[in-house]
Design a binder for this molecule. Structure first.
Ligand code: DQA
Length: 149
């Protein structure tokens, strides 16, 4: 599984702590690694502030992973390129957000990614990522175990 962190998420821990809390990106990744072990999956992480670099990562990682946990940050609300990359590689993904985007400004209510996602987890702080990961793994297990597949 690959976890994609978009722009400004490298600042977690110091960035607007009233919105995003005090947990750092390293803390988030450590929590994901801990959650992955009992789920029996491996996780890799990638953070970039650049839209094209995120597209490149998705294309590249899709050759080795079964799915993605994606917090695209502000690109969630703007990036057709990232949406097309995720659709293009045809791997299931979960969209996650640290904050509850629906309790915030209107421009955060629109997501270019949600329509193609298995599901969306928003507002649980760093736990959004681990909840997203377990939802994705559950989804993949069902797909594999589905009769006739
Ligand atoms: C975010 C929400 C986005 O609206 C914002 O642009 C971010 C972080 C979140 O995790 O809550 O950068 O994705």
């Amino acid at each position: 599984m690959a976890v994609v962190h978009g722009p400004n998420l490298n600042l977690l821990g110091t960035r607007e702590p009233q919105v995003y809390g005090s947990v750092t990106l390293d803390d988030v990744n450590a929590a994901l690694a801990r959650a992955a072990a009992p789920l029996g999956v491996e996780v890799e992480f990638h953070q970039s502030n650049h839209e094209g670099a995120l597209v490149d990562f998705v294309q590249d990682a899709a050759r080795r992973v079964h799915g993605f946990v994606v917090n695209a940050g502000a690109y969630t609300h703007t990036s057709i390129a990232l949406r097309d990359a995720l659709a293009g590689v045809a791997r299931p993904y979960v969209e996650v957000h640290v904050s509850n985007v629906f309790a915030r400004e209107r421009f955060r209510h629109r997501s270019y990614l949600a329509g193609g996602a298995v599901g969306v987890v928003s507002g649980f702080g760093a736990a959004s990522y681990t909840l997203g990961l377990s939802g994705l793994v559950e989804h993949l297990r069902k797909e594999v175990l589905r009769p006739g597949s």
